[in-house]
Design a protein around this ligand. Structure first.
Ligand code: SF4
Length: 278
C-alpha cells in the first residue's frame, strides 16, 4: 500500500503561533495563566497543555486568581476584551493575524457607513468576534440561506475558513439588493490550499483518512469534501480509532489533517497504517 500524506496537513501558521505561545508560557512556569476556551480544537493538544499547567476556562468570572488569559486564534468580541482588561487580567493575544485583519475590515466598513454582512457560521467564535466590530445592523449569512432585505450600501467580510465559492454566491446574491458593494476577501489562503490539495489527493486514492478534532470545523469540512467525491473517508482524532478493515485492501491511502492537528498525531497515524501493512 502506498501512503500519501498531504503537504499541508496539520498546523497552519495561526495555530502554530498560538500553540507555541501557550507552550512557551508553560515552559516559563508562569502562575495563573489560562486559555479562554480550548486553545485549539484538538483535545490531545489541550490535554498536553493542561498537564503543563495551562488550563482552559470558559468564563473568567468563575475562576479566582486568573492573572493572564491567552486568547485563541479565533479572537474574542471587543466587549469581552474590555471586560477582561477591566478585571485587571493580562491579555495574551494569540488571535491569528488573519482574523485580526478581518476584524479590522469589519470595523472599517462600519466606520465608512456600510451595512456589514459577514459570510460565516453565526455561532462560531470567530464570527461572534467579527460581529462585535461591526454595527448593530450586522447580518451573518451562509451561502445556503437566502439573503434578508439589505441596505443599499453593503460591505462584506468573510470568516477566514469559508470557501471562495460561498463568497462568489453571496456576492452575486447581494448584487440583487445593493447599489454599492465593498468586499474584503478575508478567506485564509491556508484553508483554500488545504482543501485544494485534499481534493486532488482524494481523487487519486482508495481510502482517505482525515485526522483532527471532531469539534474542528475545518477538519469536518475536509471530511465532507472527501465524502462528496465518493471516496471511503474516515475522520479520526488519533491512530487508536483506525480499524484494520478500513485500510487493509487499499492500494493507495491518503492522509490529510485539519489546521489544529499536531504533527505527532499525524506521524502516529502513519505508523499505525504501516504496522497494518502500508
Ligand atoms: S486557518 Fe488561517 S486564519 Fe485560521 S488560524 Fe490558521 S492561518 Fe489563521
Amino acid at each position: 500500500m502506498k501512503i500519501i500524506i498531504a503537504k499541508k496537513a496539520g498546523f497552519c501558521f495561526g495555530v502554530k503561533r498560538a500553540v507555541d505561545i501557550a507552550f512557551q508560557l508553560a515552559r516559563e512556569k508562569r502562575k495563573g495563566v489560562y486559555t479562554l476556551g480550548p486553545i485549539i480544537h484538538n483535545p490531545q493538544v489541550v490535554e498536553r497543555l493542561k498537564e503543563k499547567g495551562i488550563v482552559p476556562i470558559e468564563d473568567i468570572k468563575t475562576k479566582k486568581n486568573v492573572r493572564a488569559l491567552i486568547i485563541r486564534t479565533h479572537g474574542i468580541p471587543l466587549h469581552l476584551s474590555k471586560e477582561i482588561s477591566y478585571m485587571g487580567c493580562e491579555i495574551i493575544d494569540a488571535t491569528c493575524p488573519f482574523v485580526k485583519k478581518a476584524q479590522y475590515y469589519a470595523k472599517l466598513l462600519k466606520e465608512e457607513g456600510y451595512q456589514v454582512v459577514i459570510l460565516g457560521e453565526k455561532n462560531h467564535p470567530e464570527v461572534k468576534g467579527l460581529m462585535s466590530y461591526a454595527n448593530d445592523d450586522v447580518i451573518v449569512i451562509d451561502s445556503k440561506t437566502p439573503l434578508p432585505k439589505l441596505k443599499s450600501r453593503v460591505g462584506i467580510v468573510v470568516q477566514t475558513t469559508q470557501s471562495l465559492e460561498a463568497l462568489k454566491k453571496v456576492l452575486s446574491d447581494t448584487l440583487e439588493h445593493a447599489n454599492e458593494i465593498k468586499v474584503y476577501n478575508t478567506i485564509c489562503n491556508s484553508t483554500a490550499l488545504r482543501l485544494k490539495e485534499t481534493e486532488k489527493m482524494a481523487r487519486k486514492v482508495d481510502v482517505m483518512l482525515v485526522v483532527g478534532g471532531k469539534n474542528s470545523a475545518n477538519t469536518t469540512q475536509l471530511t465532507r469534501l472527501c465524502k462528496s467525491l465518493s471516496v471511503p473517508t474516515y475522520h479520526i482524532e488519533t491512530s487508536s480509532e483506525i480499524k484494520e478493515e478500513w485500510v487493509k485492501n487499499a492500494k493507495k491511502l491518503g492522509i490529510t489533517a485539519g489546521a489544529s492537528t499536531p504533527e505527532w498525531i499525524i506521524k502516529e497515524v502513519e505508523k499505525r497504517i504501516r504496522d497494518i501493512g502500508g
